[in-house]
Design a binder for this molecule. Structure first.
Ligand code: FES
Length: 579
């Protein structure tokens, strides 16, 4: 690798103020580095590179991160930097309650404050399990020092009873079979033994695979890094390259603000739509753009969705898993198929443009990465709906729904929250038919709280037994990127904030028209006003601490669920560094 001539002088490094001056505080700083066993020659005048590591025993998706941190360190030392590993909050999508989403902004704040307060010149960010990624980028964006994102990489393949199985998507599929009485207890236990395949994030096109790809397209990862399976040797080599490259970025003073622009966000949304990406990407990209001061609205997602196509045949929209995607050419292969739509001049942390990074990109398997004229779905993977039930928008993933439900009118059956639907959904007295529309309230950012992935609402057991596998479902919650079904999500404003969803009652007729992008609640204005007058906001779930802060400051899903005081609308000058 070429070593660029330094453009910064050592005395211009942030860390110089901590280590390079002749005063008592710098003496203290230097003496404490020596306490760590470093000689003066090993750190003097060299960039300090933080490796922000979201490793934790409670995040199996990041089980390889200690080794990857060592590989990053190897690269940093070789390039003449000083690596320092810094643990930050590990957020497990599976284990954190009420939802890892509740803590995304927490990690974003921690990332910002760690990078700002310590003697750090640049950073490699290690993330993979869903919310860790937007959080790390949101925090780093506000400090705006050079960073590279190291994506955790997907799990390898797994199979059960001779059939390839994939995280999330096949769990929901086989759970429906179990509820329908088609899967024994023993078979279910055996499936549990086989559904995961070691370290790495979910191997479907869930939120993790989607967000690693988004950050890659935004230019903040080494190009193509996001598709490399977690335990592939190429992943370890990529980690070392991140360490090498970040030192160059510090000397060249190349910061996230160079990459996060309206054009790069358009590229990311295009890729999201062509991948059939997770609906969660919308919330996270809105929040990330909000930190970067880039104006972005739900409407932009829909505009872009209408002019692209789903080309990645990956679960839950398709048939394959991420290891197949990597073998087929990975993200560079997919981007080469939509290059006519991309802003190819956008930069990447590798020092080349996006277009240059795609030179030589190929597709090796056209079943996994389809040609433009043979798509998985004829539009992008996500559609934005509007109407009197969702004045500020709602989201659906039509590529992962049964096509006959995309235009549907039916009577509502309403559940007040997740506990209510769990308690009553299987009650035959409800008399649900496949034409009913299942509505759940209070699953949003404030109401749940934390907008958990409960939006793939359960179907009643008696309909599953009849072979029904999809129905129209509506909520203000999110759903896992690995989920599927005709699930209308992210209804805004949410019920707990007094949105119209709070006023829907059993028997109300609702119309879903995905091609027309319409979600209509068939109720008179007089009746709606009467119900609004009777509505009472639910009691707050938290009376203290972070939960209280979250409920008071979180924005609605159409604005990215960031905290109001952290959103960057460009009107505030950055806070000064205090030394
Ligand atoms: Fe970690 Fe899916 S549970 S990425």
């Amino acid at each position: 690798m070429d070593v660029p001539s330094p453009r910064k002088k050592p005395e211009e490094l942030r860390s110089h103020r901590f280590f390079g001056v002749d005063d008592l505080r710098a003496f203290g700083h230097r003496s404490r580095l020596k306490q760590s066993g470093l000689n003066t020659s090993e750190f003097a005048g060299k960039p300090v590179i933080a490796i922000l590591n979201t490793w934790s025993d409670l995040i199996p998706c990041h089980a390889h991160f200690r080794q990857r941190a060592d590989e990053v360190k190897r690269g940093v030392w070789q390039a003449g930097g000083v690596p320092v590993e810094v643990p930050v909050l590990g957020m497990s999508e599976t284990f954190m309650k009420p939802s890892a989403m509740t803590y995304r902004n927490f990690l974003a704040m921690e990332t910002e404050e760690v990078l700002r307060s310590y003697p750090i010149d640049g950073a490699v960010l290690l993330g993979g399990c869903d919310k860790t990624m937007p959080a790390l980028i949101m925090g780093a964006t506000m400090v705006d020092i050079p960073v590279i994102f190291l994506p955790g990489g997907p799990m390898g393949r797994s199979s059960w009873q001779g059939e390839a199985v994939a995280s999330g998507s096949d769990v929901w599929r086989f759970w429906a079979e179990r509820k329908a009485g088609n899967l024994s207890c023993e078979a279910w236990g055996s499936f549990e033994d086989h559904i995961t395949a070691g370290p790495g994030h979910c191997m479907t096109m869930g939120t993790a695979s989607t967000m690693t790809a988004m950050i890659d397209v935004l230019g903040l990862s080494l190009p193509g890094a996001s598709s490399i399976p977690a335990l592939h040797a190429a992943h370890a080599r990529m980690a070392a390259r991140c360490g090498l490259r970040i030192v160059d970025l510090v000397w060249e003073d190349i910061r996230p603000s160079r990459f996060l622009t309206a054009r790069s966000f358009d590229n990311a949304i295009l890729a999201d739509m062509a991948l059939g990406g997770s609906t969660n990407a919308i919330v996270h990209l809105l929040a990330m753009a909000g930190r970067a001061g880039v104006p972005l609205t739900l409407d932009r997602f829909d505009e872009i969705s209408r002019r692209t196509r789903v080309l990645a045949d990956i679960k839950p929209s398709g048939r394959f898993v991420m290891a197949d995607f990597y073998d087929a050419g990975g993200l560079p292969g997919l981007l080469s198929r939509i290059s006519h739509l991309l802003h190819l001049d956008c930069p990447t942390v590798a020092g080349m443009s996006l277009g240059e990074s795609l030179e030589g990109a190929q597709v090796w398997n056209e079943e996994v990465i389809r040609p433009w004229d043979n798509p998985v779905f004829g539009e992008g993977g996500t559609a934005i709906l509007r109407g009197n039930l969702a004045p500020d928008g709602a989201v659906i993933k039509p590529s992962a729904a049964e096509a006959h439900l995309l235009v549907h009118r039916g009577p509502a059956v309403v559940f007040r929250d997740l506990q209510d639907i769990k308690a009553r959904i299987d009650d035959p007295a409800l008399g649900l038919t496949p034409d009913h529309i299942i509505v759940m309230q209070n699953g949003g950012p404030i109401g749940a709280p934390g907008m958990p992935e409960s939006g793939q609402l359960p179907l009643p057991k008696y309909l599953l037994e009849q072979g029904v596998r999809d129905m129209v479902r509506i909520s203000d919650a999110r759903m896992s990127g690995t989920s599927y079904g005709a699930c209308v999500l992210h209804v805004a404003p949410e019920a707990a904030a007094g949105g119209p969803l709070a006023l829907v009652r059993d028997g109300d007729w609702i119309e879903l028209d995905v091609p027309g992008r319409r979600l209509h609640w068939d109720v008179s204005e007089v009746e709606a006003a009467k119900r609004r007058a009777e509505w009472k906001a639910p009691e707050p779930r938290f009376s203290r601490g972070y939960g209280k802060l979250f409920a008071e400051e979180v924005t609605q899903s159409n604005l990215g669920c960031d905290f109001r005081f952290l959103h960057n609308d460009g009107s505030r000058t950055p806070d000064p560094e205090i030394h």
